[in-house]
Ligand binder design. Structure first.
Ligand code: GLA
Length: 672
């Protein structure tokens, strides 16, 4: 087989959504394709939940309706992202293979009538998904409509962990492969504690509910195993497809909304990263969470263009309060994804479904029909994206990286931590938001990767840090980088065991400080920090008793259990600088801190009004500034070039209306 294509064969930015025509009569299909063409749709995802209507009995396939549908779409110039429906096996499958059902931690067997209830370790499931992927790819590999393969749907959601007998057996095999001997496992899991020492592999189980807290190293390995099992299923399907087709294969991630899968590892397995993102309605600045997801999607794909596989035109249906998007919000959301590297903007779903659990979910074509704000905005967005064809393939560049390590998150989220108040998500968002408001573009990165391209690396929540990764961070500082580490980092190694030498010990050289004791605060208790330049910064949740090993004290606790002691430190090491922040500063405190850190790193804030989001994509001959005004007021922006959305030439500045978007192309001037 030749190497898979790097990108679907499409002209321009991909635009469309999930399409579930099996829920509708044939007349509706014809209306759909006509409306899709009017709306500028060029790509739809098909077949994601169609298993029961295609493999009608084990090994018996009826592709007739899908043949008809793909031909209809192709005749109308609409390309297909063809799904394998393995997230939702048919009723007959569970009737024949009751052992393939998922069992949760509490021993409850997951029933039928929903989705995501199959055990990814069950041999019957593994066999069935490969059979289906093989049959689908054999039939449609040469179909001209099919430009992309969409395996499964959101691995790990709604079910990730599985404690069935099949999972138990597979977990033991996985452990034997990982550790080789029981001595190695006993040592890594620290089983001398609470008398858990194992003498036989068969005695080991998945970490099901127990009378008290289950061994955290066992749980961390189970999280790794779960991720591995899900990925093995993806790889099996992908390879079955690749045996027939050279078109790219993807599966839709849930960056920043699901933590079951290690997206760095998944990013290496897919031909193209694709991501689903839904605004969290309770968050009034949900567009910042959106930006995190978009930057993470780009980062796990190594910076290549990616596809926003799903988002919503308006409200979703699964949050406590499903807030409808306001006029213009869908376009702003879409342009943020595009600005942060997406070359495809797709939705869940094309036509709102009348039946089932998702009937209150918005769609491109809502229940209200074409005479609706949503459909008018969908059509306008389709036309806008056609004007942005030149942006396709251009790249985002970042000078700052924030560390994002799923393994560390899995470990930190286990029970019996020093306080419930410490949250990796909260700290990452706090630092990201500060940089977002300063107009600084961010990549996410792993602590062990090559960081030399970044002027500044921030570790807001690196609870688990491998010794080799700590060395990498230390080398980064010694070679001239600026590293900022936030509290409750470098606490444990890869087995959730405290580092020899204590908290922060692996980063002692880089930071010139370590941690003698954690000092969590009471609920509502605050602590102020006075800086060397006389600023007073507010903090809460957490303090640490620090031991200085050469760092200078930049901030001192004024109150709380560590009153009078160091709170923020700065260490010159080699050519670079290591900062350590041992408490939870509020937004204002973080702002004051970061202005000093930026100066060390020679990173310049964009100096734009807050809530004016500007991201640059760099092409071979031109750069594209994607401008999104999230504010209620118009904003002025210095720029030269052409707004591709309006065609207007801009000389030196222009006004971007409240809630508006623009994409300004500036030709690159060649110096040679
Ligand atoms: C997920 C799924 C879709 C749909 C949407 C609804 O992203 O992939 O099938 O359920 O959520 O928001």
């Amino acid at each position: 087989m030749t190497a898979p294509h790097a990108w679907p064969e499409l002209t321009g930015i991909a635009y469309g959504g999930d399409y579930n025509p099996e829920q509708w009569p044939r007349e509706t299909w014809r209306e759909d394709v006509e409306l899709m063409r009017n709306a500028g749709v060029n790509l739809v995802s098909v077949g994601i939940f169609s298993w029961a209507l295609i493999e009608i009995a084990e090994g018996e396939f009826d592709f007739s309706w899908l043949d008809e549908l793909l031909d209809l779409l192709h005749e109308n110039g609409i390309a297909v992202d063809l799904g394998t429906p393995t997230a939702s096996p048919p009723a007959w499958f569970f009737a024949e293979h009751p052992d393939a059902r998922v069992i949760d931690r509490d021993g409850r067997v997951m029933g039928f009538g929903s989705r995501g209830m199959a055990s990814h370790s069950a041999p019957a499931y593994r066999e069935a998904i490969v059979r289906y992927a093989d049959a689908l790819a054999a039939r449609y590999a040469q179909h001209p409509a099919v430009v992309l393969w969409h395996v499964h749907n959101e691995y790990g959601v709604p079910v990730g962990e599985d404690h069935s007998d099949h999972a138990q057996a597979a977990f033991r095999v996985w452990l034997q492969e990982k550790y080789g001997t029981l001595d190695a496992l006993n040592s890594a899991w620290g089983t001398a504690f609470w008398g858990q020492h194992y003498t036989d592999w068969q005695h080991i189980s998945t970490p099901t509910t127990a009378p008290s807290v289950v061994n955290p190293a066992q749980r961390l390995d189970f999280a790794r195993f779960t991720d591995h099992q899900l990925r093995a299923c993806f790889i099996a399907e992908r390879d079955a497809i690749r045996a027939h087709s050279d078109r790219p294969v993807t599966t839709n991630f849930m960056a920043n909304q699901s933590w079951t899968t290690d997206l760095w590892a998944w990013g290496r397995e897919v031909d193209i990263v694709s991501d689903d993102h839904y605004l969290w309605a309770a968050d009034e600045d949900a567009h910042i969470g959106l930006a995190i997801a978009a930057d993470l999607s780009r980062s796990v794909g190594g910076g290549k263009p990616w596809i926003l596989m799903e988002h919503s035109t308006s409200a979703v249906n699964w949050q406590p309060r499903n807030i409808a998007k306001r006029p213009g919000e869908m376009a702003r959301n879409s342009l943020t994804h595009l600005g942060r590297g997406a070359d495809g903007i797709l939705f869940f779903q094309w036509r709102a479904g009348r039946s089932g659990a998702e009937k209150f979910h918005s769609a491109m074509l809502p229940h209200a029909g074409v005479d609706s704000r949503i459909f008018r905005e969908v059509t306008a967005l389709g036309a806008d994206l056609q004007r942005l064809e030149a942006v396709q393939g251009s790249r985002v560049q970042a000078e700052v990286a924030i560390l994002w390590d799923f393994e560390s998150f899995w470990a930190q989220d286990l029970e019996w931590r020093p306080t419930d108040d410490v949250s990796h998500q909260e700290r990452i968002r706090a630092f990201y938001e500060r940089l977002w408001r300063d107009g600084i573009t961010i990549d996410f990165a792993l602590p062990g990767q090559d960081l030399s391209a970044y002027k500044l690396v921030i570790a807001p929540a690196q609870y688990l840090l491998r010794a080799a990764d700590a060395e990498n961070l230390t080398d980064y500082v010694e070679s001239g980088g600026t590293l900022l580490v936030s509290y409750f980092s470098a606490v444990v190694d890869e087995n959730d065991a405290v580092h020899p030498g204590g908290f922060l010990a692996p980063l002692r050289d880089a930071l010139g400080v370590d941690v003698e004791e954690h000092l969590p605060l009471r609920e509502g208790q605050t602590a102020a920090v006075t800086t060397a330049v006389g600023d007073s910064l507010n903090a809460d949740h957490w303090q640490e008793a620090l031991r200085l090993h050469g760092a200078e004290v930049v901030g001192t606790y004024r109150d709380g259990p560590a009153a009078g002691e160091a709170a923020i430190t700065r260490n010159r090491r080699g050519e670079g600088t290591g900062w350590y922040v041992s408490t939870r500063l509020d937004a204002e405190g973080l702002s004051r801190l970061m202005s000093q850190v930026y100066a060390d790193a020679a990173v310049a804030p964009a100096g734009l009004p807050e809530d004016l989001e500007v991201i640059t994509r760099h092409g071979d001959d031109a750069s594209y500034r994607i401008v999104i005004n999230h504010a209620d007021d118009d904003a002025a922006l210095a720029a030269t070039g052409q707004d591709l959305l309006t065609g207007i030439e801009i000389d030196d500045s222009f006004t971007i209306p409240a809630g508006g978007v623009a994409v300004i192309r500036s030709k690159k001037t060649r110096t040679t």
